[in-house]
Design a protein around this ligand. Sequence first.
Ligand code: FMN
Length: 401
Amino acid sequence: MGVSGKKILIAVSGGIAAYKIHFLIRDFIKKGAEVQVIMTPDAEHFVTKLSISTLSKKPVYTDFYSDNGTWNSHVEMALWADVMIVAPCTANTLAKMVHGMCDNLVIATYMSAKCPVFIAPAMDLDMYQHPSTKQNLELAEDYGHFIIPAENGELASGLIGQGRMAEPETIAKAVEDFFNSGSTNKSLEGKTVLITAGPTYEAIDPVRFIGNHSSGKMGFSLAEEASKRGAKVILISGPSSQVINDQNVELHRVTSAKEMLVKVFEFYENADIAIASAAVADYAPKEVAKEKIKKNDDSLTIELVKNPDILKTMGEKKSHQFLVGFALETQNEEENAKGKLEKKNLDMIVLNSLRDEGAGFKNDTNKIKIFTKTEKKEFDLKSKDDVAKDILNFVESQLLK
Ligand SMILES: Cc1cc2nc3c(=O)[nH]c(=O)nc-3n(C[C@H](O)[C@H](O)[C@H](O)COP(=O)(O)O)c2cc1C
């Protein structure tokens, strides 16, 4: 499936990241898509029509009017497209899009488009942080557009932070996933899936915390897969660098176990399936110092108190939900996992062992075993995206029983 045979309209605006667009065009063409590129007049300072038209195999338009007295039809191009991608999207072009300031070919085409629109913003650090940019991105999201967030890194100005346009592969993946999701079965249509992900951070003082190595990847992969299957997804994540571009996923970021508990119970009642993949800290400092603790003594004792057990509370309050827990064990794995399944009133538990190479916290892969009260299933080492598929397939098979 992917982009093969799809008509892709790419609008380039005037930012340094415009050079990356060549790679995206080449990738789409290689994969069998038809690509039409339009540019703002300013984009011509950054890339040439010649290089782009050579790669896209079509003329590139920047203006309404042609030299021969005809005009370039924004309406025709807009209606032709299966998808429109604005990349890089400058602060200026974004503002014009969301406020309907239709003074160039790109904006006129955008405003005539009925297809899904993807926006890959690219700006310098402070432009990206500016309240107007944030508000405009929110507006674009409200219009139903897909935002592919800018990434962190070194910016053209030399500053470091968020603002770099997403890499061409990331943009291509977002678009391909969109087309692929149309062909996957909507087996979770009408269901609400609540997922927790990532670590929690428990503050010691204003600058320090107790945390763990959880990356949040497993939970984000589950959220993405559940959404592809048509579910409405509530994703509650502790601090992590994972991002998600998906309109069916409502992401709530929290920091501590206590905050996660409160957020979970805002949504638990209405969830059909709840998957707790977060690595919640078991203990938190009894008191959080108001000021940074100074290095005065040779040793420092911090008294820890037990955090609320979110999963156990979910088990206690379970009514209709299908509740899935995770166990990350280092010894007596199966016994501990099965014990947790019973004690916490779970319907299913996913075990990953730190003894298995490639499994657990930071890896892109995972190797799991699934237990219910009556069944056990073992899986091979796979990417976390594929593990998410296995987990949801198993959940669905249980729901049918
Ligand atoms: C060297 C250079 C780099 C620029 N990079 C960006 C950028 O990454 N993002 C952005 O929003 N504007 C950037 N600008 C400013 C835009 O080019 C400017 O706002 C322009 O009006 C955008 O027009 P357009 O949105 O119609 O293409 C840059 C300007 C220069 C001179």
